[in-house]
Write a protein that binds this ligand. Structure first.
Ligand code: GLV
Ligand code: MN
Ligand code: MN
Length: 411
């Protein structure tokens, strides 16, 4: 086998990541949402790269690009991540995993080296949930777990998923054909930036993921009465935004009370008729709740619901709480973890194990097959922020570890 040049792999990855990051809906910040024109352009670039690296390229009904390198057996090792982004994103979250997968599969394809299993690199595009209130449709379709009712969810402009798929040039009737069979899918693995500070703190470039945190999204709508900011006395107001402020602080307080077991965030607040001189009549917010413990997460949800009800009653506000996401904690397969640990060790790293607080396509792919993940250190643990950064040296080591993992993989 040719010597692995991790430095060259990392430099190549960085160049490709920067090229992909030039595809954005906005000139001054990175925005690439599911089934948007930028998703189309990014998918075309990924297809071109996969082809150049010797992979057979196809695309499914949700726009997931697939690059296949055939093996001698029927089984396939699936390697993926996502090319959609949050609003004002960094360039590494998702793209590094797709590009790392292309470079790793390309390592085998370029050498004409067949393994006893095929390799499929998957570029999903619905991991961030920036467009639709429910998410992971791309990986759910690949896992054969796409639910047809999802087609009716709408984005902020009222465009349903069904319409968006059609506008993207795809046919919703083809979604079932996106599914891998259980006989075919040997495992799903993903390399991703850590998005947290643990590896940097431990002075290690790589870490083996033990599990992916469970997640709940509560959509909280508060209904008061719109009014004039100058005339309605304070005690006669039914201010939905003041109620929302209490809801945000409630989520923060309840999460702090768990002493690290649960984290909760309100990062999305919608004031449909916002104006400085209008008492808000109607406000909606999303509470994002994560934990490695499903029990702790569900307890949090019950406490939040009870206390927000009391707040709404006290303020004479209407209240509607809808659960739009409820994903259990997903363990990573112990054998795949050991495979990544062995490849990290072979490269001179310490095979640290760590849980992922962030969500990943792996939670959907776990409905199909065992999953595994490898994290790479990112500067300051910063992510979902344009300052996100992983060094070419660390990325190169992660890709080299992925190649070693593939060499040792037994379906
Ligand atoms: C995706 O990055 C998520 O964890 O929300
Ligand atoms: Mn991600
Ligand atoms: Mn993300």
């Amino acid at each position: 086998m040719a010597e692995l040049d991790a430095g060259a792999l990392g430099a190549r990855a960085e160049h490709m990541i920067k090229t992909l990051a030039s595809i954005s809906a906005e000139p001054n910040r990175l925005v690439r949402t599911f089934l948007s024109p930028q998703h189309r352009d990014a998918a075309d670039l990924i297809s071109k790269w996969m082809d150049e690296f010797g992979l057979d390229v196809s695309e499914d009904a949700l726009g997931t690009v697939r690059g296949h390198w055939g093996g001698s057996g029927k089984k396939r090792l699936l390697i993926g991540s996502h090319i959609d982004t949050v609003i004002d994103a960094g360039m590494f979250d998702g793209p590094f995993g797709v590009i790392g997968g292309i470079l790793a599969a390309g390592h085998f394809a370029k050498a004409g080296r067949k393994m006893p299993f095929g390799i499929d690199v998957l570029a999903f595009a619905d991991e961030e949930g920036a467009r639709y209130p429910v998410t992971l449709h791309s990986s759910l379709a690949a896992a054969g777990a796409f639910t047809i009712t999802s087609l009716e969810v709408a984005d902020a402009d009222g465009v349903t998923l069904r319409e968006a798929i059609t506008r993207f040039g795809k046919n919703v009737d083809d979604i079932p054909a996106a599914a891998y069979s259980r006989e075919e899918a040997a495992a799903y693995v993903e390399v991703h930036i850590e998005q947290g500070p643990v590896l940097e703190h431990r002075n290690q470039p790589l870490g083996v993921v033990s599990s992916i945190a469970g997640q709940t999204h509560l959509n909280v709508e508060l209904l008061g009465e719109a009014g004039h900011a100058g005339t309605v006395p304070m005690l006669l107001r039914r201010d939905a935004l003041a109620g929302a402020a209490e809801a945000i602080l409630l989520a923060e307080r309840l999460a702090r009370d768990t002493r690290g077991e649960v984290v909760a965030t309100v990062g999305h607040l919608n004031i449909p008729a916002a104006a400085s001189n209008v008492i808000a009549g109607n406000v909606a917010l999303i509470v994002d709740i994560r934990s490695g413990s499903d029990q702790a997460r569900l307890q949090f949800v019950e406490r939040f619901k009870a206390e927000i009800r009391a707040i709404a009653e006290k303020r004479h506000l209407g209240l509607l709480v809808t659960t739009t996401r409820d994903v259990a904690m997903t363990p990573c397969d112990p054998v795949l973890q050991d495979g990544f640990a062995a490849s990290v060790t072979a490269l001179g790293g310490l095979p640290l194990r760590l849980a992922s607080g962030a969500g990943h396509d792996g939670t959907a792919m776990a409905k199909l097959c065992p999953i595994g993940m490898l994290f790479v250190r990112c500067r300051g643990g910063i992510s979902h922020n344009p300052a996100e950064y992983a060094s070419p040296a660390d990325m190169g080591m992660a890709i080299a570890a992925l190649i070693k993992f593939i060499e040792g993989f037994k379906p």
